[in-house]
Ligand binder design. Structure first.
Ligand code: PA5
Length: 460
């Protein structure tokens, strides 16, 4: 497996016993790791949680690839309409496999409409050609207001551009099989539709139709993505902590939450390709372990705030705070051993030492030196940090890395004894929005009333 985890700088011998883990603290965590593994295995075996098996239970990969094969060549843009777990996976994949958006000019282009900012939507529509666009609304619930509203706008734009009959052929829906009005509309209009299993939550769904339909339409190697994920899944069921990287990482991060008062984790990729994945991880970690109550119903208000920082860019923005501000964070660097290309500083010296020492050196060497320097400086300042190194950013490694982090998150939920798979907080915001936007029904009226009471309190 081409992903390595170096936890040396999390240890007391590197950052001191106040902020680092002693051997005895780690030894005390080991039996609990076995318990976390067993606990999650039960959730999986009872069918409560389905991501380890993906894409099983999602519509067959072959059907997705078959669909992508049929429409190939007929579009230059894939317009995804979705939010949260229904958008971030596609962005992480696109950014990882074809590069970050400001500098990539890949075709077919992915346009991801994940916000209801009207100016963003207007700009996006003007940038696309309806004759050359496939529209992919994605919503597990089939009801999220942002997705539904944006989809209606994009649908009208498509119908105005190519006519209602042709538009039907250019819309492909991803949603749950037995729930939500998006599914009802898809059936009524005869849209091609793919499903994701009920026991796979949005933020764990990148390897279901949610991520695989955009991946197949973009032309990524879906089978390699799944191969990498399957390899990691195998490792994640091992009870050997030297093999089971997700379990080891979850145990160490849990010890930092519990013993070392580190309520924040900085995900710090030194790779623009992994920037999308950092935002995907931010949602995964935040929504999964940020919980009010534990499994016994006791109020715990637990979690760890994930922060995304980009190396080296954020060395010149955030690192001053990270080095000298509150020592309340644990840092997780993401490095790439073999970049796909390696711009090199021209070898010709220009007679100025401030330039000449860099001549002839590849940028990967500079990037690597900057990361290792930041790791060392943080360690000197007693700031615990660890590093994941991916050999490459390709389908196989990205599939494995997604699965690594999903398992790590699931295990962290077990260590914390919380349900990592619900999102009551997110649902509450959705319910208020339904009420405020005038959705019919008693349950929505209740939220209108609650909002009116809140407004009254504000007025005093
Ligand atoms: O992880 C989750 O469950 C959420 O963040 C959802 O992905 C997000 O709220 C979007 O939900 P839906 O796919 O139902 O539109």
């Amino acid at each position: 497996m081409g992903i390595r985890f170096d936890d040396t700088n999390l240890r007391a011998r590197m950052v001191g016993a106040k902020h680092g883990l002693t051997d005895s603290e780690i030894a005390a965590g080991v039996p609990l790791a076995a318990k976390a593994l067993a606990g999650f295995r039960t959730l999986y075996q009872t069918g409560e949680v389905g991501f380890p098996d993906l894409p099983k239970g999602s519509d067959e990969v072959d059907k997705i690839l078959d669909y992508a094969g049929k429409v190939k060549g007929s579009y230059d843009t894939v317009c995804i309409v979705g939010i949260g777990g229904s958008a971030l996976g596609a962005w992480a994949l696109d950014c990882g496999l074809r590069g970050p958006h400001p500098v990539q000019n890949a075709s077919p282009r992915l346009v991801i409409l994940d916000n209801v900012d009207p100016e963003f939507i207007g700009l996006a529509l003007r940038s696309m050609n309806p004759k050359k666009t496939i529209v992919v609304p994605i919503a597990k619930s089939g009801a999220t207001a942002e997705t539904v509203a944006t989809f209606l706008i994009v649908k009208k734009w498509l119908e105005d551009g190519i006519g209602a009959a042709k538009a039907k052929q250019r819309i492909v829906v991803v949603t749950s099989e037995g729930r939500g009005d998006l599914k009802v509309l898809a059936t009524r209009e005869g849209y091609t539709t793919f499903h994701l299993p009920n026991n796979v939550g949005g933020r764990f769904s990148v390897l279901s139709a949610v991520g695989l339909v955009p991946a197949a339409l973009a032309g990524f190697d879906v089978k390699k993505l799944l191969k990498g994920a399957a390899e990691m899944t195998k490792a994640a069921w091992s009870d050997d902590l030297s093999v089971n990287t997700p379990l080891r990482a979850a145990m160490l991060h849990w010890l930092f939450i519990k013993n070392k008062k580190k309520p924040m984790q900085v995900a710090f990729p030194y790779s623009n390709r992994l920037w999308g994945t950092a935002f995907w991880f931010r949602q995964l970690w935040a929504e999964s372990i940020g919980k009010a109550r534990d499994r016994k119903g006791q109020l715990v208000n637990t979690g760890q705030t994930p922060i995304a920082a980009l190396g080296t860019t954020d060395q010149h923005s955030q690192v001053q705070l990270y080095m000298e501000g509150p020592n309340d964070k644990v840092f997780t660097f993401w490095a790439v051993a073999k970049p796909r290309e390696n711009a090199t500083v021209p070898p010709e010296k220009i007679g100025l030492e401030g330039f000449d020492y860099l001549c002839g050196k590849p940028m990967s060497k500079l990037l690597d030196a900057e990361r290792r320097s930041t790791e060392a400086a943080l360690a000197e300042n007693e700031r615990p940090n660890c590093t994941f190194t991916l050999d490459r950013v390709d389908e196989e490694h990205l599939g494995a890395f997604f699965q690594l982090m999903e398992f790590e998150t699931a295990f962290a939920g077990e260590f914390l004894n919380i349900n990592a798979f619900d999102q009551e907080g997110v649902e509450l915001g959705k319910k208020f929005t339904f009420g405020l936007m005038g959705r019919k029904g008693e349950q929505h009226q209740q939220f209108r009333d609650r909002f009116a009471a809140y407004e009254a309190r504000r007025k005093g």
